[in-house]
Design a protein around this ligand. Structure first.
Ligand SMILES: O=C(O)C(O)[C@@H](O)[C@H](O)[C@H](O)COP(=O)(O)O
Length: 233
């Protein structure tokens, strides 16, 4: 197991700027090397400042594809939509030129939406250049929730690159999530967390091994790419 690299910052604003620098650098290098780049980001409340910082970095955004690590099964105008968060905070300014691939699809069931999202994601050649994960206080990451309905399948390192449906007590609505195998071989794999309570959750996750209780352990213990943890109080 590779030890994660811990990057600590004095506050969330400094973190957002430094992380935006690193991510922009990676994306620019991928565009230089292959003519395209891919970025998968998380929703929730933590990434907002980072999105705003990244949106104005001067890279060739028209060659960048942005998608979500996970999404709530709600349309893009819903207040809990991660797409809405990304549209309002990241796909702005220079980054408005980026191509966005949503995970939400208007289908009768979350299973059918996940199939449509898996098909749409084939437009992105693997692995992702950059993946930014978050973590909940219950030890979930992406929509790998403790005791989630498809957790074993989602965390299977040998499973396909796909988007899966996920339901769990800790999630308000059904979710759509990229599988573990799609996310954890990224060129740059970041876990972005803020606040002392999340540092405590991280320490607890690092001490134990039960992934059903704390799915973030799968990332910490067996991601094939090194994990860069970005933390600020
Ligand atoms: O859609 C989501 O909710 C996520 O992508 C999720 O995995 C998130 O990263 C964590 O729940 C942390 O959320 P906060 O930043 O709000 O604490």
């Amino acid at each position: 197991m590779m030890e994660p690299n811990l990057h600590e910052f004095s506050d969330g604003t400094v973190l957002a700027e430094k992380l935006a620098d690193q991510v922009a650098h990676r994306l620019a290098a991928a565009v230089e090397a292959r003519g395209e780049a891919s970025l998968a980001v998380s929703g929730g409340s933590t990434p907002k400042r980072f999105f705003q910082a990244l949106a104005n970095r001067d890279i060739d955004w028209a060659k960048v594809t942005v998608t979500l690590v996970d999404e709530r099964f709600v349309p893009a105008d819903h207040p809990r939509s991660n797409h809405l968060l990304v549209r309002e905070n990241l796909l702005q300014g220079k980054a408005a030129a980026a191509h966005f691939i949503p995970l939400y699809h208007d289908r009768p069931s979350v299973e059918e939406a996940a199939q449509a999202a898996t098909a749409a994601a084939k437009a992105i050649s693997p692995p992702f250049d950059v993946v930014i994960l978050g973590m909940g206080g219950d030890g979930h990451t992406a929509s790998f929730f403790p005791h989630g309905s498809t957790l074993n399948e989602a965390l299977d390192a040998a499973g396909p690159r796909s988007v899966l449906p996920m339901e769990a007590d800790g999630a308000e609505e059904p979710r759509l999530t990229f599988s573990f195998s799609s996310l954890t071989d990224a060129g740059m794999l970041v876990l972005h967390i803020e606040g002392q309570s999340k540092k405590d959750v991280l320490a607890k996750a690092q001490e134990g091994t039960n992934e059903t209780e704390m799915p973030i352990r799968a990332v910490l213990h067996r991601a094939s790419s090194p994990v860069d943890i970005y933390w600020a109080p």
